[in-house]
Design a protein. Sequence first.
Length: 209
Amino acid sequence: MAYWSRAGGHNRTHNRTTQYVRIDSRIFANAHRLMNNNNSEQMMYAVQGTTIIVRRDCVIWDGYIIRLDFVKNGFGGNDRVYMLCPYCKKRYQFLYEMPVKGRKFPLCRNCGYLHYPSSQRAHGWQEAAERMMKQLEKMEYDITDVCYGDAEYITPPRPKWQRKTTYNKNLETLRKLQESYNKEWLKSAWAIVDKHNIPIHQLPELLFM
């Protein structure tokens, strides 16, 4: 599967995010609230068949230590919990179980060279679709099983902790990206029609092959 490399403009092969188990930091936020209520130092969780140990500052996931980072909620609510990628040490909400030397190792999407479930080209509607999906993920919308055609019409709900002005700004950006995706898709569709004289009803099947 090819994707668009902004660094060099070359197409390379990458795996998709849906191929691997995704670790969501929000489950650890719930664990920390329970630990605070029970005055305990650690808890054990079972997530998608994997037993994990949640501690105050880290998570032990299948033998690997994942450091946690906490961000104060400016509205007086609970702290937001993020994970630090064991490889790049950057903060992420999601990590993915990647096979490394016969074992599963937690990595962020960038370090694991993962992309959303569709081929990526050097330009056109697929790049516009990737930007749209990234904006949905930024707005904390679960895109695990969302296809590009559905994402074009999604309006994510506002998180309770987020200011309305921030949400409206993010939503305005999303609307522009959705419109850009629609225009690029139609441009690609008509280019195929003009070049190969293909019936309109066959376009979705051909474009998403």
